[in-house]
Design a protein around this ligand. Structure first.
Ligand SMILES: Nc1ncnc2c1ncn2[C@@H]1O[C@H](COP(=O)(O)OP(=O)(O)OP(=O)(O)O)[C@@H](O)[C@H]1O
Ligand SMILES: [Mg+2]
Length: 945
């Protein structure tokens, strides 16, 4: 288990794992993979068949059906009970097999976007280690990993080095705010080789400030405990850092500003601390552990030096050794059951609402039928089977089957044709309902391959020195923070500036993070002095600069001018300070050096994608951390009118920010807040983003989308991943969502209005006739035929009208529609009934029950076939002559209606062949009914916008 492997000092842990700071060799890793097994979670395995069937039984409709079956059995109406049970069994099996297929294809799809980890491995024992990307499934205990912002922690690990590391472990603890993690030696002060170790995993973490050093540079220099400047003094630095982050990311409500401020302070302290203490020896090595909080004990998850699978890096970087993989991880132990599905989306909620209205109806129906029959006709309990059958007739038994089939088909097709991977099936119909799509700019609308365009001094003149300083900062950030992958801007700086940085000695670095919007590096200057290099967003850097009065605004205007030209702008400042005195990163007296500007090309498919989305009635909004002018320019180039660009720093009212097309200078929480405000205003919101700063918004949205190049957590948080570099796939995904929702809505509309009509007609006729209008078995038989025909909706293609706008299913207007058409249907049924009554020997003389039943059975199936064709969303595709699946199913249904009564099976159900003249009757009624339906439909269309 993870924590046993984690006990003891770092050195002991590494020894026990037979590993070292330089990682494993390829051969060792391969051998371990055989013994430890693949690093995958047991929960990802598909559930067994019995479990699936039990889950299908938990559906509320199935439960009601089962109750009705029990009632029938209780009154010894065995036929009805058996038919109901058969219905339940068929729908459960269909559903379970549909889900099984869907799960299998989903698992295959998820495989396609499975992540990798950055691992130090060596070709053989004498080679130096190389960082390489390894599929997460191939990690083994003893592997040494590099972790950076946005990475998912792929196994249980113990930290060897950490820099400003905070981790979100909400999946394990439920606590959503990031927690600080750092290197801690357990027990405190134990030197290497004393062999003690073996502390219980849940021990309160001792408050020992200890240090470790020497991992980085020298392979052998593993001198735990005796690191340079052993953790003296500034012990609360990390604590302050953690608190600051919590303040920022916890609520997302008011007080964010102050949280950000304290985050800055915390970072500053940390840097000061590290620079002053840990790095005094001049070797860029491990960070120093401060005081350990939470000394009152707690679970293993509180252990500051352990990170667990299922969590993700929020900020900072680390190097860590894998202590447990696969089934042995804490995550696997804590989550034997699949993760709780997230709260249902818009479509789910509508279907749920409609279902409950129906279930109430169903439960009311039998008592109502019984009472009416008793009061008006003096009948007793003998009408119960009929009452039950009528209630069964109301159920849309096939709803779960249709929903699963529609969604799974849509998802598979999308993956095959457009490389869009839907990780959570219901997300597909939410995608169809999306009416606002928020997108992040950098990396999503742009290629995130910036190229340096200019290097300007404070007066706007070319000055290569500014670029040089920025590159020095980037170089040492890259070296010291050990980011698994260099940041795109840093890479561009280094490429443009050539080989710089090595002429200095790096002391410390705090990499960029989207809340502070700056990146800081400290290098050794001349004669015991340090130079602090700060790069970042113009406002954030200027805030920390000592500028002459008026210069601040002039420099901001300079940055805005560059941004207006569509460039990304990085401000550069430096400060020179004595080495020993510390180098606080939050000092307010930096010297402003100038600006470096970058050109970041737009993604080639972005403009087309935005145009298609606008065509489909989806409003696009851009939420970015970048400069307002850069954002506005990018929008214009993409053909999107930016209107008045808002900045999240000046929130005003939430509504105004929500109404804007572009919101710039967003922190991660600002993005999530805008999304939440839009949802609260009644929109169904999609969010497309690729970075760590998009994760909160991806989770806050109804549907989160991530491009394939997105960081690990973004991909994990998203419901939909675009596997190809083509943003137009979003348009296709939205259409696929509407397609599936359109079919489901068609099914619901048709089945409910037709069922409702039947029930009303049956009740009325039951009261007017001296016998039951249909035998219970006949009611169930026609219900079964109708259900089977309805499965065709899973394969339908809805008309263009259904694809034009967001697919919303408003329960109110939906139920109104169903009632109106249900009553129309009842009128048609009753008209047939009246004509039948007249035709059979004059008024009130219907005495041939079998003829009546057969005629009504036929009429019922024929009207249902008609409804199937006329009430679907949209119509058959123009020009196509072949009937679609629904056309075929309707034809089949009509054929059964006509042929079953005269057949032997019809005889068994108590029906008989009809005299030829009786076919005229339904013909006339049907014609009139079709006219009425079409007219009502047209009227409804006109009334709806
Ligand atoms: N590595 C970095 N070092 C220093 N400053 C940076 C770095 N990356 C970004 N910045 C600055 O911080 C600003 C905000 O960056 P942030 O990552 O929040 O958003 P973004 O990537 O520009 O946009 P988006 O939110 O659309 O992805 C940038 O405009 C830039 O000025
Ligand atoms: Mg981005």
């Amino acid at each position: 288990m993870a924590s046993d492997a984690a006990a003891g000092t770092t050195l002991e842990v590494l020894r026990r794992l037979e590993s070292g700071p330089r990682g494993l060799t390829d051969a060792e890793a391969a051998a371990r993979l055989v013994t430890s097994g693949e690093n995958t979670l047991p929960e990802r395995r598909t559930p067994s068949w019995p479990r699936r069937c039990v889950r299908a039984l938990r559906d509320p409709f199935t439960a009601v059906l089962l109750c009705l079956g029990l009632v029938s059995a209780a009154v010894a109406s065995w036929g009805t009970a058996v038919v109901i049970l058969a219905l339940v069994a068929v729908s459960c099996v269909l559903r379970a097999s549909g889900e099984h297929r869907a799960d299998r294809s989903m698992a295959a799809l998820r495989e396609l976007v499975a992540g990798t980890a950055t691992v130090l491995r060596r070709d053989d024992a004498h080679e130096p280690p190389r960082a390489r990307e390894v599929p997460v499934g191939e990690l083994v205990p003893g592997d040494v990993l590099r972790l950076g912002p946005g990475d998912l922690i792929p196994a249980d690990v113990r930290l060897l080095r950490a820099q400003g590391l905070t981790v979100r472990q909400g999946a394990l603890t439920g606590e959503s705010a990031p927690v600080g993690k750092r290197v801690v030696e357990v027990p405190g002060g134990a030197g290497p080789g004393n062999g003690a170790g073996g502390d219980a995993p849940n021990t309160p973490w001792p408050g020992a400030a200890s240090a470790e050093g020497g991992f980085g540079a020298e392979p052998g220099a593993l001198s735990a405990g005796g690191g340079p400047g052993a953790g003296s003094g500034a012990t609360s630095a990390r604590g302050g850092f953690g608190a600051g982050r919590d303040g920022v990311s916890g609520g997302g409500g008011p007080g964010v500003g102050s949280g950000a401020a304290s985050a800055g302070g915390g970072f500053g302290n940390e840097l000061e601390f590290a620079a002053a203490g840990g790095r005094a020896g001049g070797v860029p090595t491990a960070s120093v552990a401060g005081e350990v909080p939470g000394a009152a004990g707690g679970t293993a998850f509180d252990a500051p030096h352990l990170c667990f699978q299922g969590s993700a890096v929020a900020s900072g970087t680390a190097t860590a050794v894998v202590i447990a993989t696969g089934d042995a991880t804490r995550f696997a132990a804590a989550h034997r059951t699949p993760d709780t599905p997230r709260e249902g989306g818009a479509f789910d909620r509508s279907v749920h609402g409609i279902s409950w209205v129906l279930i109430r109806f169903m439960l009311l129906t039998p008592p109502l039928v019984l009472m009416a029959n008793a009061a008006l006709r003096g009948r007793g309990l003998e009408t119960l089977p009929f009452a039950v059958a009528v209630a069964v007739g109301l159920t849309p038994e096939m709803l779960p089957v249709i929903v699963t089939t529609c969604l799974a088909r849509g998802a598979t097709l999308l993956a095959r044709t457009h490389g869009v991977i839907v990780k959570r099936l219901p997300a597909l119909h939410d995608l169809g309902a999306v009416d606002v799509l928020c997108v992040d700019k950098t990396g999503t609308l742009t290629q995130d391959r910036p190229v340096v365009e200019g290097s300007l001094d404070p007066d706007g003149r070319d000055d290569p020195e500014v670029l040089r300083w920025a590159a020095v900062g980037a170089w040492w950030t890259l070296q010291l923070a050990e980011l698994p992958a260099p940041d795109a801007l840093d890479e561009a700086l280094l490429e443009a500036a050539g080989p710089v940085g090595e002429e200095y000695d790096g002391v410390d670095a705090v990499p960029f993070d989207p809340v502070r919007r700056i990146s800081t590096a400290v290098v050794r200057g001349s004669l015991g002095r340090h130079t602090v290099v700060v790069t970042g967003a113009a406002e954030a850097v200027l805030e920390r600069c000592a500028t002459a009065p008026g210069a601040h605004d002039r420099l901001l205007a300079l940055a805005a001018r560059e941004a207006d030209a569509g460039l990304r702008v990085l401000a550069v400042a430096t400060a020179d300070r004595p080495a020993g005195a510390g180098a606080p990163a939050d000092a307010r007296d930096l010297a402003f050096q100038g600006l470096v500007t970058f050109r970041d090309a737009l993604a080639p498919t972005a403009a087309e994608a935005l145009r298609v989305l606008a065509d489909r009635g989806v409003t696009v909004k851009v939420l970015t951390g970048d400069h307002p002018a850069t954002a506005a320019r990018a929008c214009r180039e993409l053909g999107l009118d930016p209107g008045e660009v808002r900045t999240a720093a000046h929130p005003g009212d939430a509504g105004a920010v929500g109404a804007a097309t572009v919101v710039a200078r967003c922190t991660p929480e600002d993005k999530a807040r805008v999304v939440a405000a839009l949802r609260a205003a009644g929109h169904t919101v999609g969010y497309l983003g690729d970075g760590v700063n998009d994760v909160a918004a991806l989770r806050a949205a109804d549907v989160g989308l991530a491009p394939r190049s997105a960081v690990g957590v973004a991909r994990e948080s998203a419901d939909v991943v675009l596997a190809e570099k083509d943003l137009t796939a979003i348009g296709h995904a939205v259409t696929a969502g509407r397609h599936a929702s359109g079919n489901i809505a068609s099914y619901l509309r048709v089945t409910l209005s037709s069922n409702l009509g039947n029930v009303v007609a049956m009740l009325a006729a039951g009261l007017l006739l001296p016998f039951l209008p249909m035998l219970p078995a006949q009611v169930l038989a026609q219900n079964l035929c109708f259900d089977a025909a309805q499965l065709a909706y899973a394969h339908d293609s809805p008309g263009a009208a259904a694809l034009r706008g967001p697919a919303v299913l408003r329960p109110r207007s939906f139920l109104r529609f169903v009632t109106a058409f249900g009553l129309l249907n009842a009128v048609a049924d009753l008209a047939t009934f009246a004509v039948l009554a007249l035709a059979l020997n004059g008024p009130d003389a219907v005495d041939d029950e079998a003829v009546f039943h057969s005629a009504w059975f036929t009429e019922n199936l024929l009207t249902q076939a008609l409804v199937m064709l006329l009430l679907r969303t949209g119509r058959r595709r123009e020009g196509s002559r072949v009937p679609g699946p629904v056309g075929l199913a309707a034809a089949g249904l009509a054929a059964v209606g006509l042929l079953l009564p005269p057949s032997p099976l019809g005889g068994a159900l108590g029906m008989t062949a009809l005299p030829a003249a009786y076919y005229l009757l339904p013909g006339v009624v049907l014609g009139l009914y079709a006219l009425a339906l079409t007219a009502a439909r047209a009227r409804l269309r006109r009334r709806q916008p």
